[in-house]
Structure formats: C-alpha cells, structure tokens
Design a protein around this ligand. Structure first.
Ligand SMILES: [Zn+2]
Length: 303
C-alpha cells in the first residue's frame, strides 16, 4: 500500500499549492507532549479479546488512582493510559507487574514520536527469587550476574552492606515476556562447585504450565506433541511451584498482592516451600513436581 502510494506520488505533478510542506513546529505537539508525561502505553498479554469498558472499570478499581485515569484504545488492543496525577503513574509503574483477568499487563512510558502501530510492548519487570544459593553468594554482585541471564537487572534486594541473609536473593529484572520462563540454571561457584539454582517469580500472571509462555494458559497451548500423555498434570514441565510468594514487608500493597498471589497459586504443589528454600524433606509428590530439574541434579539444600 505504501509502495503503491509512492509510485502514485512519482507520477503526479503537484500544483504549487500541494507542493508546499506543512511544518509542524513544537507548538503543535506541545499539548500532547505535556499530557504525555502522565501517560503510559499499555497492552494485555492475552489471546482473548478484551472489552475496553471492562478493562477500564477493573483497572480503576485495582489501581485506585488519587485522581482520574483515562484509558483509550489507540490501535487494536493497544491502549493509552492517562493519569490525572503523575505520582499515580510512577506508583503504578513501580508496582509492575499487573494483571487483568490473570493475564499480564504490559506498560511502557509514552513516547509521542511513534505511530501507535509501531509501538511494541514485549518487556515487563518482575521480582525474581533466586533459591538454593550458598550464603556466601547472597550478594548484590551475584544478583546482578544471575539476573543478567534473565534480562536487564533493575535492582537487587540487599541491605546497604550489599548482602541479603534472607531465605533467597531477590532481583528485579526487566524480562522479555515473549520468551519461555526460565525455571533454573546451573551455576559454578568459585572453587568449581556446581549446583542448580531455581527461580521463583513474584506475582506471576497465568501462564502455560506446558510450554512456559506467558500469553496463554495450558488449555490454549499450541505446542507440538502436546496432546495426550503430556497434558496430564504430572508431565507438565512448568507449574505453580514457580510462583514466589511476595515478601510481606509491612506495606499495605505488599499484603494485598500477597493475597492475590495466594489465590493464583492455590493448590500449588510445592506450596510449602514457596518463599523459602527447597524443603529438606520433600514428599514424593513434591519431588515429582520439581522434576523439571533433572532428578539427579535436583538441588539438595545443605545450608
Ligand atoms: Zn503453551
């Protein structure tokens, strides 16, 4: 279409009036730029269709903005969110990820230069818990190195001294949400010791327990070789055990999200170990659920 237009333009000879360019100076975009400061672009990572009225109603309820929030569809299933108060925008961004009907909401700063159809949203920040690290490795530096393997590291939850003596290390990572969730990795610690570390993600939306992608649930999975036996619960490669409980730091929001997460992960097979290190004594059921990490290398907690 664009090429056809270009061909057509070449053939046409313009009148003097047509040949005059219209210069759009800064004043023409001022108003949008000013409002844009309080705007975010948004997409819901879901294969299901979305009703904007329901989305508006839900987000106003969940976000509880101190002033207004306007949500407009600027392209198919791409939304512009305008906050009446910039502080609301900041807070909403900091508290990512959000979900709508259990699907992940992607949010990004508004950049007025782009045509909406060219805006692509494919990243979201997550707090990732790194479990099974030896105590000596629970440092900011370890968090950065391991976190970088998952995406762009935004923060490592350590005290001023640079270490964290909690049950696990937390890293905030800007992740590519078009990729499969990473369940764990093998690390080599100084001295050559190898071990498996497992990742748990806080406030995970619904995701596919079969293929690990975030944009659909297991029922809508299109991964090949997926029918029959593989669909059975015990053979699923991913599961609720990847959900990390949000630490309750006393803030009202944390408590609220903790509850939300609890509802999502209801019945999760490794529920007992969520928020802590791998249980010392796993029940046979739990062990099977952790089975995505090869059994022989299933991390043994020796701490
Ligand atoms: Zn899938």
């Amino acid at each position: 279409m664009a090429e056809e237009l270009e061909e057509l333009w070449k053939k046409l000879s313009f009148t003097e009036e047509e040949d005059e360019s219209i210069v759009l100076g800064s004043s023409t975009t001022e108003a949008a730029k000013a409002i844009g400061k309080n705007c975010l672009v948004m997409k819901v990572l879901s294969t299901k269709s979305i009703t904007i009225e329901a989305l508006r109603k839900n987000l106003r309820m969940v976000w509880k903005p101190s002033k207004s929030v306007q949500i407009n569809e600027v392209e198919d299933e791409l939304y512009l969110v305008e906050f009446g108060d910039g502080r609301d925008k900041k807070r909403i961004l900091e508290m990512c990820p959000w979900t709508y009907e259990k699907s992940l909401i992607l949010l990004k700063e508004f950049e007025g230069e782009q045509v909406p159809k060219d805006i692509s949203l494919w990243q979201s920040p997550f707090w990732v818990q790194i479990h099974n690290l030896p105590l000596k490795s629970r440092t900011r530096e370890t968090g950065r190195v391991i976190g970088t393997s998952l995406g762009e590291v935004m923060d490592v939850d350590v005290s001023e001294s640079g270490v964290n003596w909690g049950k696990y290390l937390r890293v905030r990572v800007m992740m590519d949400v078009t990729k499969k969730l990473v369940r764990g990795k093998r690390i080599v610690i100084e001295g050559g010791e190898q071990r498996w570390i497992t990742f748990k993600y806080e406030r995970l939306p619904n995701f596919c327990y079969k293929c690990g992608l975030l944009n659909h649930g297991v029922k809508d999975c299109k991964e090949e070789n997926g029918s029959g036996a593989n669909m059975e619960h015990n053979n699923l490669q991913y599961g609720a055990w990847m959900r990390g409980e949000v630490p309750r730091k006393g803030g009202g929001d944390f408590t609220r999200f903790g509850l939300e997460d609890e509802r999502f992960s209801k019945g999760g097979p490794v529920r007992n170990s969520v928020g802590g290190q791998m249980p010392l004594k796993e029940t046979p059921d739990e062990r099977r659920e952790v089975g995505n990490v090869p059994e022989s290398t299933t991390p043994v907690t020796e701490l």
